[in-house]
Design a protein around this ligand. Structure first.
Ligand code: DAH
Length: 339
């Protein structure tokens, strides 16, 4: 019996070396330690031993069982470990492979300049309003003191959509909408796209951008207009910039002015950017015509105001020294990437 027990132990120790899957491991356990296993079969024969032999054999059998148990535990751990390593190898990432580069978008230069303008005017107490691009004749012209037969209509070649419907030629239309909806004091700017049937060239586009401004309150004078617009020009172009107010004409303002700033490229000596004049025209402005106030239900005896319309594209091309306005609208990424 002793020899048999030793033989079982030796056989188990040999066989375990060939085992390398959990299934084979289980088969092995059943074969040696299971109810119908080899060790159990021997233990069943204990009854035929003498009372003296029994405890000795019993102890030996237990030792063999423990030894096989230990073999199983150790080998099971090895198998598990090997499987884990295999799995990790299969799942390795090659972190040296270059990744896919994400393209990062940027603001269009027009938006960068507009954001700056909004900051400047908001700090002076203006709020930002929006208006429709499709307008009625009434808001775009009539209520701005440009009746149907007024020669000033020739200044703005208009895209008509229907009898009284058009693409706005100026953001000034939002002045009217604002005055109809709100009571003074009013301090607003309205940035937006405007449309004119102009031939396309380096300085003209059928679509361009304006920033309208309107201030209405008691006691507003030309001084307020000059102060606000001078401050604006200095913040956009720098404090050394000279600002010039030239008399002009707009039907919805009286008096009317146009505002030039000294050329930031040449400092006023004359260059390609200012076409040799030393000055760059950036906006039209004026005191709101009493007829316009009255047309919107605001008493011109009590209130006065000033308005302005800034050419956003001109501001952008001069700031970034862009020679052709068409570049702003073509959306060529090679151009836009430079800003
Ligand atoms: N709307 C004018 C234009 O497109 C610009 C302008 C001039 C706007 C004077 C104003 C203003 O608000 O007061 O040419």
């Amino acid at each position: 019996m002793k020899t048999k027990l030793e033989a079982i132990k030796n056989a188990a120790m040999e066989e375990i070396k060939t085992i390398n899957t959990p299934a084979a491991m289980e088969e092995f356990r059943v074969k040696y330690l299971g109810k119908k296993g080899e060790l159990t079969a021997i233990l069943k024969m204990m009854g035929s031993l003498t009372p003296e032999e029994r405890p000795i054999m019993g102890q030996l059998a237990n030792e063999v069982r423990s030894a096989i148990d230990a073999l199983i535990t150790e080998k099971s751990a090895d198998i598990k470990n090997a499987e884990k390593i295999k799995k990790m190898k299969e799942e390795t990432l090659d972190i040296t492979l270059p990744g896919v580069k994400k393209e990062i978008g940027k603001l269009h230069p027009i938006n960068t300049v507009l954001d700056d303008m909004i900051d400047i005017f908001q700090s002076m107490g203006f709020d930002v309003v929006d208006g429709p691009e499709v307008e009625t004749d009434r808001y775009n012209f009539e209520l701005l003191n440009v009746p149907a037969d007024h020669p000033a209509r020739d200044m703005q070649d208009t895209f008509y959509l229907a009898e009284n419907l058009l693409l706005r030629t100026q953001t000034s239309a939002t002045q009217i909408r604002t005055m109809e909806q709100r009571k003074p004091p009013i301090r607003m700017i309205c940035p937006g796209r405007v449309f004119r049937a102009d031939e396309v060239d380096a300085t003209h586009s059928p679509v361009f951008h304006q920033v309208e401004g309107l201030v209405v309150d008691e006691g507003i004078t030309m001084c307020d207009l000059k102060g606000v617009l001078e401050q604006f020009a200095h913040e956009i172009y720098g404090p050394e910039t000279k600002v010039k107010f030239r008399p002009s004409f707009f039907p919805f303002t009286e008096p009317s002015v146009e505002v030039d700033v000294s050329c930031s490229e040449c400092g006023g000596k004359g260059c390609r950017v200012c076409k040799g004049s030393g000055w760059i025209e950036i906006l039209g402005a004026g005191m709101v015509h009493p007829k316009v106030l009255a047309g919107c239900g605001i008493d011109p005896e009590k209130y006065s105001g000033f308005a302005f319309g800034i050419g956003l594209d001109r501001l952008t091309t001069t700031r970034y020294k862009i020679s052709d306005i068409r570049l702003l609208f073509e959306n060529d990424k090679r151009f836009l990437k430079q800003f």
